[in-house]
Design a protein around this ligand. Structure first.
Ligand SMILES: NC(=O)c1ccc[n+]([C@@H]2O[C@H](COP(=O)([O-])OP(=O)(O)OC[C@H]3O[C@@H](n4cnc5c(N)ncnc54)[C@H](O)[C@@H]3O)[C@@H](O)[C@H]2O)c1
Length: 253
């Protein structure tokens, strides 16, 4: 089975691509390298990389496409809303149309940011989706575009993902905690630390890690009910609230 992973040189895409390649799938990664952090992981896994932008490139032939290419920062999405809609939503129309034309299954990597403020726990698929940022809105639009243009497309609403290789200015809070701890610094936490978030390790077993992708029916990767309090997860004190803390501590990716 041939699988194309868009955003394959990024944090999550590279783990998915490497895992699928290890399981015998014929994987090709597509990435415009604008924010690539994991080309080495692809090389080590023997996954070929096509340097191309999903807004313009024709995807390589595939039986399934895992669409992970996106901009991922809530803060940046407020500064560059047009670019987020273009790259995360409009580009998904292009990916989905190609999937439909070729009969390829589409697995769209969405985000828990589509939910907005939780109204109940656990957060399941039936929970209202009321995004609170241009990023969340762009991911919700991407889901709907994927499901309209590529019937049978599956959207996976990941919560905060962390793990090896997560780097850069848009890294999640766990990675930021670890980076600071390595430097002997306390974690920066905005607020009183009693806010809760869902976290998932990028290597955790989920639908993409059990074997063949099963995109025909929606599967639950996370339930939105196993949350970690930031002050419990980050032992060792906290800094005063501030913008850095707000960025580090409370936003879903
Ligand atoms: N990291 C998280 O905690 C998290 C949580 C929920 C959802 N997600 C979703 O997972 C996906 C991957 O996130 P990530 O953390 O690996 O981000 P990342 O920035 O590490 O990876 C994204 C990759 O996509 C590439 N890319 C961006 N736009 C592109 C385009 N137009 N054409 C080709 N390549 C392009 C970038 O160069 C980068 O390598 C995103 O769709 C994101 O919305 C991430």
């Amino acid at each position: 089975m041939r699988v194309v992973v868009t955003g394959g040189a990024g944090f999550i895409g590279s783990h998915v691509a490497a895992h699928l390649a290890e399981r015998g799938f014929k994987v090709v990664a597509v990435d415009n390298l604008e924010r690539a952090s994991a080309v080495k992981r692809l090389e080590e896994a023997g996954v070929p990389l096509v340097a191309g932008d999903v807004r313009s490139v024709d995807l390589p032939p595939a039986d399934a496409v895992v669409h992970a290419a996106a901009y991922i920062s809530v803060d940046e999405s407020w500064e560059r809303p047009y670019e987020y809609m273009w790259n995360n939503a409009a580009a998904t129309a292009r990916v989905a149309k190609q999937c439909a034309d070729r009969g390829a299954r589409l697995i769209y990597i969405s985000s828990a940011a589509v939910y907005g403020e939780p109204q109940r726990l656990p957060i399941d698929e039936g929970h209202p989706a009321r995004p609170l940022s241009p990023y969340g809105l762009s991911k919700l639009a991407g889901e709907q575009i994927a499901q309209m243009l590529a019937p049978g497309a599956t959207a996976l609403r990941l919560f905060n993902v962390y793990g090896p290789g997560q780097t850069g200015p848009y890294a999640g809070v766990i990675t930021r905690f670890i980076e600071r701890a390595k430097r002997g610094l306390p974690p920066v936490i905005y607020g009183d630390g009693t806010q809760t978030r869902d976290f998932i390790h990028v290597g955790r077993r989920g639908p993409l890690r059990r074997g063949r992708p099963r995109p025909r029916r929606r599967r639950r990767l996370q339930r939105g009910d196993r949350q970690g309090r930031l002050d419990k997860g980050a032992r060792g004190g906290r800094d005063a609230p501030g913008r850095a803390g707000r960025r580090a501590g409370v936003r879903p990716a």
